[in-house]
Design a protein around this ligand. Sequence first.
Ligand SMILES: Nc1ncnc2c1ncn2[C@@H]1O[C@H](COP(=O)(O)OP(=O)(O)O)[C@@H](O)[C@H]1O
Ligand SMILES: [Mg+2]
Length: 457
Amino acid sequence: MAPRVLVVDRTQSTRDVIAELLGEAARDVVWATRDGASLALRSAISAGQAFDVIVLDGEPQPTPALVRELSAASGGARIVLVASGVEGIALAAKVGAADVVARPFSAAELAFRIGRGADDSARGDRDGKRHRPRKSDVIIGSGSWIKELYDRIAMVAATDATVAIFGESGTGKELVARTIHNSSPRHDAPFVVVNCAAIPETLLEDELFGHVRGAFTDATRDREGLLAAAHSGTLFLDEIGELPLPLQAKLLRVLQSQEFRRIGDDVDRRVDVRIITATNRDLDQLVARGSFRQDLFYRINVFPMHLPPLRERPDDIALLVHHFVQKYRARLGKHVDGVTPAALARLAAYEFPGNIRELENKIHQAMVIAAGPAIDEDDLALPQASQVATLRVDVTRPFRELKQETIDAFERGYLTELLRAHRGNLAQAARAAGMDRKNLWALAVRHGLDRARFKKP
Ligand SMILES: Nc1ncnc2c1ncn2[C@@H]1O[C@H](COP(=O)(O)OP(=O)(O)O)[C@@H](O)[C@H]1O
Ligand SMILES: [Mg+2]
């Protein structure tokens, strides 16, 4: 059911904008000042019309006490702070707000933030079925890119259209697919993930489509495939570019007629699934090469979404870092609050070939290592760009000499970063590098690297 929203702001205009944008997505949107908010919340409870979400203006900065008071007076409504940027996220964490939304509001983003809040506050509700679960992680980003993404998610979530998500590894394809599922009418049914690249072709057919008893030697009983498991829900086919041609034909049939056949079966089965695919490959190229069916490509490419690599949105790094620091802080029980300016500068300068996944791992690792209240440059296992990229071709010099110099520079740079990342722990470093420990040590000595230098004081 659509949530009741209380907007706490100095003037009524924010309430009007939010009411307009939310439309049917909210049952009521009511305005109160900070002074009047507690009374409004309590009388709503007495009237049996408790508020689910409180949208609280971040100006002037609310105190944790105010947030606690509103939360208590509302019987535990989730509080969404109106604020922007890193400061906004940090402020929300500091005062205990559940989420942040930035001005100017976008209808789709607002509906997500509000919807999530409503769901969380309803968790204790026995009749949970009435509420739409929104279990997705937050999709962090800034600027028009993220608003457009939310708009497109909202647009397509309402339909059963097949979605194709394109982007490099670690750009959030699965996160977006999950968010689409969780905000679609299918949210109560399963979201099933199949990674087409991770399973050998022979097993993949069995995994996806299942088999009947006796279909092959080991088939001692019937097996429902993952397609059947996703019935009435969503099937997420990751790395669709790796799907073998025979299975592409079977998948095409599912998309055309919702029909498939288990291995060894002689009847067709019907299934109702929404299909979302993802790939980091250029499907056009695969089609041109003949390893991907053109008709399947058209079928899956109904609603394409492209996720940009992290290096194309460096402004988001600070936001993401804060997000991951908050995420792992609680999990690790550490009192790390953020990153030092030097560490942030290093992160901003790095290319992140593994995109957000790599950034998340780096922050996680750094939080484990960090001894101070903020992640420092030394806690981050980042390659020193200047040391590794030393290849300068000078054709006036002998080939052999230049080659040796380049190799030396690479080895020195690599070992320095490796030992720094593992705090001088030789065994660990050797394992990570896939090198023999003795060879690693010999090489380090040859380059004059003293491992004591890398140990944390
Ligand atoms: N915009 C984002 N905001 C917050 N977390 C993100 C974002 N994009 C990706 N992540 C996180 O990064 C990790 C990798 O994302 P994932 O969706 O698995 O990427 P892909 O499927 O493209 O390889 C996950 O932990 C995911 O939650
Ligand atoms: Mg993935």
